[in-house]
Write a protein that binds this ligand. Structure first.
Ligand code: KG4
Ligand code: ZN
Length: 343
């Protein structure tokens, strides 16, 4: 059995986990900073870094204790080194390097977006590549063709706002708390998705996305109603906005699955928790004959178990690094900045 200690500090969750053989979660401790950032309406990078510093070692200790293992028992330490907030990433990377050095363990740098996809290997024990994955989070919206465990092709991503970012910005203007995605989701369930016609971005015959035009259209709709003193039906706005996001995501994902001739579609990232997206993608995938996989809610948002799973498959392929590992805030999916140091 191969045990990996995973560490995740790319944004506002400090998390540590122990995962066996890339598939079985022995512990997954998540310390969320949402309460701290909520009063600012978004993540404050400097505060996030300070909180990670306070939390990282207690969270690692808790993960080891909950799993009933000692640091000496783990085979490797996997840590998110990008993309994310540089100061936040640096805390996890520094902690992982110190632990790896002190306990003489292999160090594996993990791409956060690849980690999101790997949450599905934890949730579905029999899932294997190839498949097409839609990764939708607060910072990213990407379509990925995963050919093998360590073989990714980025098909396209957003040109401007990420899907989750659009959810959060619209929610903010509607007076909903941060992060707004789950609140829009709940409101949308009570509204009519056909009531307001918001634009679907036309990015052409490719796998790119754009959500800033849609976001502006919703903000204009709300502002113009406010100026005229008209009341808006918040549930209808939420439902119509959500439908516009979901339509584009589902259409392009199915298009990619057909073009790459896979039989599986994988959904990942914080926005994968969205009930409208899950329902529509489930229905359309089934109609077109694709099997759809998505993780449980806790594995959709940022957590270290998914990082440990990703690290397991890299470690198994001999892809680890030395203490030169550094935080890379703009790391691309599939990009391996730190060359493997095969034994
Ligand atoms: O993956 P994640 O936890 O962090 C990043 O890596 O960005 O994603 C967080 C994003 C936030 O924008 C949040 O509003 C969104 O995921 N989100 C949702 C839902 N739950 C979380 N968006 C829409 N519907 C939801 N149910
Ligand atoms: Zn994330």
């Amino acid at each position: 059995m191969s045990l990996i200690l995973g560490l995740e500090t790319s944004c506002d969750e400090t998390s540590a986990a122990i995962v066996a053989d890339g598939r079985t979660i022995l512990s997954n401790i998540i310390s969320s900073q949402i309460d701290v950032h909520q009063k600012f309406g978004g993540v404050v990078p400097e505060i996030a870094s300070r909180k990670h510093i306070e939390n990282v070692m207690p969270v690692v200790d808790e993960a080891l204790t909950a799993a009933g293992v000692k640091l000496a028992d783990v085979d490797a330490i996997g840590v998110t080194y990008g993309p994310g907030l540089v100061g936040a990433l640096l805390v996890g990377v520094a902690a992982a390097k110190a632990l790896a050095f002190a306990a003489q363990k292999k160090l594996v740098g993990v791409n956060h977006l690849e980690g999101h996809i790997f949450a599905n290997y934890l949730a579905h024990q029999k899932l294997e590549p190839p498949f097409v994955a839609l990764v939708v989070s607060g910072g990213h919206t990407s379509l990925v063709y995963q050919k093998g465990y360590n073989d990714f092709e980025l098909l396209g991503q957003t040109r401007d706002d990420a899907a989750g970012e659009a959810f959060d910005k619209v929610a903010r203007v509607m007076g909903l708390p941060y992060p707004g995605g789950p609140f829009i989701d709940r409101l949308a369930a009570q509204g009519d998705p056909e009531s307001i016609s918001f634009p679907r971005a036309k990015t052409g015959e490719n796998y790119e996305f754009s959500f800033s035009g849609l976001k502006s259209a919703v903000l204009n709709y709300l502002n113009s109603a406010r100026q005229k003193g008209e009341s808006v039906d918040q549930a209808n706005v939420a439902a119509s906005f959500q439908k516009a996001v979901v339509d584009v995501l589902v259409t392009k994902t199915l298009q990619a699955a057909k073009q790459y001739a896979v039989d599986k579609i994988v959904l990942a990232g914080g926005v994968a928790a969205n009930s409208g997206l899950r329902a529509e993608l489930s229905e359309k995938s089934a109609e077109a004959g694709f099997k759809l996989f998505y993780p449980s809610l806790v594995l959709c948002s940022d957590n270290a178990a998914m990082i440990a799973s990703r690290a397991f498959f890299k470690h198994r392929a001999g892809e680890w690094t030395d203490l030169r590992l550094n935080a890379l805030p703009s790391l691309k999916l599939g990009e391996n900045k730190y060359f493997s140091l095969k034994a």
